[in-house]
Design a protein. Structure first.
Length: 495
């Protein structure tokens, strides 16, 4: 599961890099595209790109611009050598990639791409463990409309016929392939020059082979598959235009200009980008996922990861939901008595509240723009009290459903300087669980110990109105004490 997410994330990041690069170039080119495509127009576009990214991207051929009919071909070719990075350090390359942009009525621009192959290659530096990765997107096409007022695409679709990914490292080797890739972007300008952005995408027929290199514990490669990986990303009140203004400011800023006035202007530009977004949600879903093991194939109908945030604000919160359903284990992986105890579906919810992210971001901006930036330890000493100022709390919930029983729970806790909180957990049909464990325990010590644990938990429980067993839990890490339905445990309970 970890590897699946990792490789899928690399595909997703690479697709977003493509769009971000196209969007940046189109935004930078908005003034120059008012006339038909000419060499003079291409030069004007280069000047505008330099305004946002600095002149070296043109001088070193990282971005090139050529007139083509009624539009302009913009090609970027990024590599560690062109960026002037040390030859003995990490080496990477991405591109070349070409997009054609054509001016339209109303100040918007059509962007089109046709790319037979797009590669990203990375090799670690000579010092330390050696690793490398290669990703190749094949036969990609795209078309969309870019709106400079929004600093983003307001409509864009892109698809690739397939993709492959390989990674080699001392710890593991990963080989992955994806069938068709497709995604769509929609957006609009909202209030106060903020923008709304919606991205949806699908990866079909994901296959990933993971080989762990552990001579002490050799194991066959593990193969993970998913019929579909579905992504959604929604940002409302996104600070795209403000980000572009800040980017232009720093590109034009003279090296070494750290005077008081320059510091204040830099801070103002960066703080104008806050809170980055008003609301943000992201989801990744795996459909019909399988995991190959020596004892057979594990099947999971759906695996979901959901993230939500309200931006870098005074009352910031971040939520995370993890869920899976339709878990089926292969015959022979579990003994018969344990089959009804294996969860078929599960969900975990976490929500972190009371975070003054606005003040923390402001302090980081001040530290980053100071003439003498603070050391990491000093910055940490400043930020930690701010993180605790609003007494952030973590609320949590969980649901677990198996053929023989189900468990539900919810609660909340403080985080620092100590974990102090409450939780309520309820369960059904523990008698059936205890009976199954007791029967198996006649011949095996493991189930016997588990049955004793279930009996202990039942002894602590109270009966609910619906017949479920309930545990009301209070915990305090500072006092080193846990209380369950009035009975206390731990070193603090002895005082």
């Amino acid at each position: 599961m970890i590897f699946l997410k990792k490789s899928e994330r690399k595909y997703g990041v690479r697709r977003r890099v493509i769009l971000a690069s196209v969007a940046l170039v189109a935004q930078a080119s908005s003034q120059a595209l008012a006339e038909p495509a000419t060499q003079q127009g291409a030069k004007a576009i280069q000047n505008e790109i330099s305004r946002y990214l600095g002149p070296k991207v043109i001088e070193k051929g990282i971005v090139t611009v050529k007139p083509n009919g009624e539009g302009y071909d913009l090609t970027y070719d990024i590599s560690s050598s062109k960026l002037g990075l040390p030859a003995d350090g990490a080496q990477f390359s991405f591109g070349p990639y070409t997009t054609r942009i054509t001016p339209q009525d109303g100040g918007k621009y059509v962007s089109e791409q046709t790319v037979p192959s797009l590669d990203f290659v990375y090799k670690s530096g000579k010092a330390g463990p050696q690793s490398e990765l290669v990703q190749r997107l094949k036969n990609c096409t795209g078309k969309g409309v870019f709106d400079p007022a929004a600093a983003q695409f307001i409509d864009h679709t892109m698809s690739c016929e397939s993709a492959v990914f390989t990674m080699r490292s001392p710890i593991e080797d990963i080989d992955a392939s994806v069938g068709k890739i497709g995604f769509t972007i929609t957006g609009k300008v909202g209030d106060a020059s903020k923008t709304d952005l919606n991205v949806t995408g699908d990866l079909l027929d994901l296959v990933e082979t993971v080989t762990v290199k552990d001579p002490a514990n050799p194991a066959p490669p593990m193969v993970l598959r998913a019929d579909r990986v579905h992504e959604t990303f929604v940002a409302n009140g996104f600070s795209g235009p403000q980000f572009m203004q800040a980017l232009a400011y720093f590109a034009a800023r003279k090296v070494g200009d750290n005077g008081k006035a320059a510091q204040e202007q830099a801070r103002a530009k960066l703080k104008a980008v806050l809170p980055l977004w008003q609301t943000l949600t992201a989801q990744i879903r795996y459909d019909n996922m399988t995991v190959g093991t020596p004892k057979g194939i594990i099947r999971i109908a759906t695996v979901d990861t959901n993230l939500a945030s309200n931006g870098l604000v005074k009352t910031g919160n971040v939520g995370l939901n993890l869920a899976m359903s339709g878990l089926v284990l292969p015959d022979g992986m579990m003994p018969d008595w344990a089959k009804s105890l294996v969860p078929e579906k599960a969900a975990l919810d976490f929500n972190l509240t009371g975070l003054d992210l606005e003040t923390i971001a402001g302090k980081m901006i001040e530290a980053g723009t100071d003439a003498k930036p603070a050391q990491a330890d000093a910055l940490k000493a400043v930020l930690m009290p701010l993180l605790l100022a609003n007494q952030p709390k973590l609320t949590f919930g969980q649901n677990l459903t198996a053929p023989a029983y189900d468990v539900k729970g919810q609660g909340e806790t403080s985080l620092l300087p100590a974990q102090q909180g409450k939780a309520t957990v309820s369960a059904s049909n523990l008698d059936a669980v205890a009976a199954a464990l007791g029967k198996a325990g006649a011949s095996e010590p493991g189930p016997q110990r588990a049955a004793m644990g279930i009996a202990f938990l039942k002894g602590l429980a109270k009966a609910g109105p619906d017949g479920r067993l309930i545990w009301d839990i209070d915990f305090d890490s500072l006092a080193r004490k846990v209380t369950v339905n009035g009975q206390s445990f731990g070193p603090g309970a002895q005082k």
